[in-house]
Design a protein around this ligand. Structure first.
Ligand SMILES: Nc1ncnc2c1ncn2[C@@H]1O[C@H](COP(=O)(O)OP(=O)(O)OP(=O)(O)O)[C@@H](O)[C@H]1O
Length: 530
């Protein structure tokens, strides 16, 4: 009988053994919590067996590198060690950590990466293949062990592709004053699958990128409110099969997600906003994917997989996912969605224009034939349409405005909140206003004009809550209008948060229905091929 997959059991007593899939359940029931089971393709089996020999050898005289359990002695030990802290649930993540554990046990040293501001290390297998990229938390830019001179406060990494949160120890990682310590310390690090690449997105013209790739990254960034999606954080996958970097052929991989899921609703940065692919409407399959997204299920997943993630961050994911779902359903493309989320874009039309300029930047010069020229002109999009997208009320403003202000704009143009003159500023009454110890919605006669208490909210007279939007205690209408930092949802009670979402969805629907953003849909000529 032939098995396509084998189960591999790893624990401190049994080491690394292949088992037939049919034996897996029995093994699971026989073994204790130390056991991890991985599905490994049969083709990889021989190399894994060899690797097992290496690990077994090392384990015979040292503490286990292979500790996937959580109990490890804090003793003076210079052997490399690694444990999974987050991401156990995903088999691909477990497989990654096992590969790294094998490599470290076999004596391979981490190789420091010179680019980037933080400490990052390539981890290779014994035969020299790049396996993973480790970024210790304490070496992030501004963290205390940063090896590149950018030291300061702490930071927190989160990453894609297959990525684990691990504790890792190796003499090769940077420690300030290392000469004074006897053993390398444990470090919390993100461990990410290495992506073979020749360039990052800043080093190639954007016309080379596939629409699907750009859309995938953009959908992700919108959901996690990425504050740092600059071109250097997008790798262009090395691909020897296709004609190298032909228009629309290059696939992209996003890296460096340390500034995703912020605790505050902050201003994101989306490099792709300036790329023509963001103006291409969602494909049918993308629309289906988005409509099937369940923000509450994803929130549960995050709570169970990453217990250290704060509730305020998880609520940002929920809010942004709801926003994405409604905006996509209303016919917006990613450029329209990104602009609604980006404060600067809405303060004028500059960024929208810039998108057109960037889209064509450097490309016009390369156009030789008449036919290509025609295509290029079609690719200029409809400038009026792009301008319309700049007129959309943005997400921050929607959140900071009362229902009457959030209602469909007659003149579809909004100034940034912080630049409003005083008279207008005072009209910007908050969506939720504190009245005594009750947090109340403001718009009389509206269904949403119910106190949180009436709606099952458990506002308890905490003066620091302003409808649960955490700001200073003396939060006034004026301060609110003038403050430029983000809003946090962390202090809202469950009832308040639910009510807030109800109001948000209602207002968003009104704004989306009335906006002309939907007109961004289907504006490209069919000759616009990627
Ligand atoms: N998964 C990966 N695969 C291949 N290379 C990677 C991967 N992740 C990061 N790198 C490489 O490591 C470098 C540094 O990574 P990263 O951008 O995450 O660090 P950083 O210090 O946070 O950078 P910055 O703060 O400047 O954006 C990248 O420029 C890239 O060359």
């Amino acid at each position: 009988m032939r098995f396509n997959k084998m189960a591999v059991v790893i624990d401190q007593n049994h080491g690394f053994k292949p088992f037939k899939r049919s034996q897996r359940c029995r093994l699971q029931s026989l073994t204790n919590f130390d056991v991890n089971i991985l599905d490994i393709d049969q083709t990889n089996l021989s190399s894994l067996k060899k690797a097992f020999e290496v690990v077994k050898f090392h384990r015979s005289f040292s503490s286990p590198c292979f500790s996937l359990a959580t109990r490890v002695e804090e003793e003076v030990d210079t052997t490399p060690r690694i444990e999974i802290l987050g991401g156990h649930g995903a088999p691909r993540v477990r497989a990654l950590v096992v590969e790294v554990a094998i490599a470290l046990a076999s004596g391979v040293d981490p190789i420091p990466v010179s680019s980037g501001l933080g400490g990052a290390y390539i981890l290779r297998s014994r035969n020299g293949n790049n396996i993973a990229l480790a970024k210790p938390v304490d070496e992030e830019p501004l963290a205390f062990n940063n090896p590149k001179g950018f030291r300061g406060a702490d930071a927190w990494p989160t990453c894609v592709p297959p990525t684990a949160l691990v504790r890792i120890s190796h003499v090769g990682f940077h420690v300030n004053g290392a000469e004074n310590i006897s053993a390398p310390p444990w470090k919390i690090a993100s461990l990410q699958r290495f992506v073979e690449h020749e360039f990052d997105a800043g080093e190639l013209g954007s016309s080379g990128f596939s629409v699907a790739s750009v859309h995938q990254i953009a959908i992700f960034d919108v959901r996690v409110l990425n504050l740092d999606r600059h071109a250097g954080n997008i790798l262009v996958i090395k691909n020897d099969q296709k004609e190298k970097y032909a228009a629309g052929a290059a696939e992209l991989v996003p890296i460096d997600h340390g500034l995703c899921l912020p605790e505050w609703l902050d201003d994101p940065y989306f490099e792709w906003l300036h790329w023509p692919q963001a103006l291409v409407p969602f494909s049918e399959s993308e629309l289906v994917y988005i409509s099937n997204l369940d923000p509450f299920k994803d929130a549960e997943l995050l709570r169970s997989e990453l217990s250290s993630l704060r509730e305020s961050s998880i609520r940002v994911l929920v809010l942004c996912t709801i926003f994405l779902k409604q905006a996509a359903a209303a016919g917006l493309c990613l450029a329209g969605i990104g602009k609604m989320m980006t404060r600067e874009s809405c303060s004028g039309e500059e960024n929208a224009k810039e998108a057109i300029v960037n889209a064509s930047d450097g490309e016009e010069d390369n156009i030789d034939s008449r036919e290509e020229k025609d295509e290029f002109e079609l690719f200029q999009f409809d400038k009026e349409t792009v301008h319309t997208s700049a007129d959309v009320m943005h997400l921050h403003q929607l959140l900071q405005s009362p229902p009457e202000i959030a209602k469909p704009p007659k003149i579809a143009k909004f100034s940034p909140v912080r630049s409003l003159p005083r008279s207008q500023d005072e009209e910007l009454s908050p969506l939720f206003e504190e009245t005594g110890h009750e947090v109340k919605t403001r718009n009389d006669g509206d269904e949403s004009n119910r106190t949180f208490k009436e709606n099952g909210g458990d506002s308890n007279g905490d003066d620091s809550k302003q409808g649960g939007l955490t700001r200073s205690k003396s939060y006034s209408v004026r301060n609110r209008a003038c403050e430029s930092e983000g809003i946090s949802f962390g202090d809202l009670s469950e009832g308040e948060w639910k009510l807030f979402l109800e109001c948000f969805e209602k207002l968003l629907l009104e704004v989306l229905e009335s906006s002309k953003c939907g007109s961004l849909k289907h504006r490209l000529g069919t000759s616009c091929q990627f």
